[in-house]
Design a protein around this ligand. Structure first.
Ligand SMILES: Nc1nc2c(ncn2[C@@H]2O[C@H](COP(=O)(O)OP(=O)(O)OP(=O)(O)O)[C@@H](O)[C@H]2O)c(=O)[nH]1
Ligand SMILES: [Mg+2]
Length: 422
């Protein structure tokens, strides 16, 4: 009998620099998050190292002495991968590769790797490949390509193997082809989203693993993949959410955010993130059971800023209340974030309150109006039902007095219909 043993995981050392911008505890937390990312990418963290330095070393990022120390650790512990929490420049990568003779990755490279292995739709795959190539282009040094070819595993997925021998010119051609494809995908989506303008739209945003997909499933009885994994979702899914009495909004779930999300990744995911830009309401979901949830809020706010979506109507929803034992944390949230809602998407706790809140926003957004229509004009009355939320209808002798609620564009449409036909 032949037993197939699983491929052993690559063994990694994680390194972060403390330059005084963050406290030691915060950097430890960044390293913990990097460990989670490493695990998601399929490697095992053996050591986490933090060095205090006034600023990064231009040649090695960490100090030369520290680098030599790490070199020994690598040798003694059979390490295959060295991952840095910040982005390195091409010179630093080259020097470190020469010294360690191992594969060097930074946080951006690692995130891109995870995105590459999770991408399922044609759109997500195109977006990730574009981001990877743009990331790779300035790093396409001889040492880098040589080493990437030699070692398998993480850090070499996606376009790595196939494009590695090609020169920059070919990569640039590929980049512009991918951009073209994305433009096409985007224009298809614009057509789709114009028809969606008839509805009020809400998009779930939040740090990765906050529970966005779980909440979408809970609210709309869907079965979008939700799991305890970073970046489980890489595309956007839209479902209709019935709020009762004919009130329907379109709710979307999309890719999660994380600190130091590579800029070219955000840019490449433009078409996926259009659901954020186009939304009437942003539902910002926060995992309140996470120790550093306030940091997560800041990261999400910054990313919304970057996307130009920071001025939208935002509802802060604190998720995973079921996982908090410390009551004072809940009190602190209520105090620091007035108007926010605490829920458990998984257990369904307080989700109705969120729905009530959405109904309120819906009612504010959709203006109520009263009109009179001749009783004989049943066609217009039928169209009114289609385009709006009819709240009351009274039949008098010749006319029907109708109160309805609609968004502005549908209201204009209705008025045009009435004026055209009366
Ligand atoms: N305890 C607890 N866990 C939850 C709750 N909501 C979601 N989770 C868990 O959190 C994990 C992440 O949930 P997802 O819904 O995949 O999170 P997401 O925000 O869509 O994550 P990405 O798509 O990876 O960015 C899963 O293991 C869920 O079961 C909750 O209310 N309480
Ligand atoms: Mg998700």
């Amino acid at each position: 009998m032949i037993t197939i043993s699983p491929q052993p995981k690559e063994r990694a050392i994680l390194i972060a620099l403390s330059t005084g911008d963050y406290t030691r505890e915060q950097i430890e937390e960044h390293l913990d998050e990097l460990e989670l990312l490493t695990d998601t990418a399929g490697a095992e963290t053996i050591f986490k190292i933090m060095q205090e330095r006034y600023r990064p070393d231009p040649a090695y990022y960490i100090g030369k002495g520290k680098a030599e120390e790490i070199s020994q650790l690598i040798e003694l512990n059979n390490i295959q991968l060295v991952i840095f929490d910040d982005d390195l420049n091409p010179t630093q990568v080259r020097n470190l590769e020469k010294l360690f003779e191992k594969k060097i990755l930074d946080r951006s490279g690692l995130i891109l790797d995870i995105f590459a292995s999770h991408a399922k739709t044609r759109e997500a795959k195109t977006q990730v490949e574009l981001a990877q190539l743009e990331y790779m282009l300035p790093r396409l040094t001889r040492a880098w390509t040589h080493l990437s070819k030699q070692y398998g595993g993480i850090g070499t997925k996606g376009p790595g193997e196939t494009q590695i021998e090609t020169d920059r010119r070919i990569i640039r051609t590929r980049i512009s082809k991918l951009k073209d494809n994305l433009h096409k995908i985007e224009s298809q989506q614009i057509t789709k989203s114009t028809s969606r303008r008839e509805y009020l739209t809400a998009t779930l945003v939040g740090y990765t693993n906050a529970g966005k997909s779980t909440l979408l499933n809970r609210l709309t009885n869907s079965d979008v993949l939700a799991e305890d994994k970073l970046f489980a979702t890489l595309d956007s899914t839209t479902r209709s959410l019935e709020l009762g009495k004919g009130k329907t909004i379109l709710l979307s779930d999309t890719v999660g955010f994380i600190r130091k999300l590579p800029h070219n990744l955000v840019a490449s995911f433009k078409s996926t993130l259009n659901v954020v830009r186009d939304a009437d309401i942003i539902i910002h979901l926060i995992d309140v059971s996470h120790e550093y949830f306030e940091d997560h809020i800041r990261v999400v706010e910054q990313t919304l800023d970057e996307l130009g979506a920071n001025k939208k109507h935002q509802i802060k929803v604190f998720n995973k209340v079921d996982a908090i034992n410390d009551k004072s944390r809940i009190e602190m949230v209520i105090h620091n974030h007035p108007g926010s809602i605490l829920i458990s998407a998984e257990r369904g706790i307080n989700v109705n309150n969120l729905k009530k809140n959405l109904i309120d926003v819906y009612e504010k957004h959709f203006v109520e109006q009263e009109i009179e229509i001749p009783n004989s004009n049943s066609k217009i009355i039928a169209q009114l039902y289609e385009l709006s939320d009819v709240t009351s209808i009274k039949y008098l002798d010749d006319v029907a007095v109708i109160k309805f609620r609609a968004n502005r564009s549908n209201q204009n449409k209705i008025m045009r219909l009435i004026n055209g036909q009366q």
